[in-house]
Design a protein around this ligand. Structure first.
Ligand SMILES: [Zn+2]
Ligand SMILES: [Zn+2]
Length: 73
């Protein structure tokens, strides 16, 4: 996911930057199926979850991931 910060492409996103629309790490998605192909820090879906527990909870909401986990079992 391309993240724009102050009009400039942001190349070094923190690992904890997530899309709260699709519940994935910004780094792991090329574009968001649910809102845009770019994002910025002011976006309502953009969040940096520095707390490991919050981050895990957010990523756990990802339905694609849940399906994968079920398939592996
Ligand atoms: Zn998304
Ligand atoms: Zn966004």
């Amino acid at each position: 996911m391309l993240v724009i910060s102050n009009g400039i492409e942001c190349y070094c996103l923190p690992d904890c930057a997530v899309c709260q629309s699709c519940h994935k790490r910004m780094k792991d998605i090329q574009e968001c199926p649910e809102h845009n192909d770019t994002c910025d820090a002011d976006c309502e879906y953009y969040a940096e979850l520095w707390d490991e527990k919050d981050l895990k909870e957010e990523l756990a909401k990802d339905e694609d991931k849940l399906l994968l986990d079920e398939a592996e079992q």
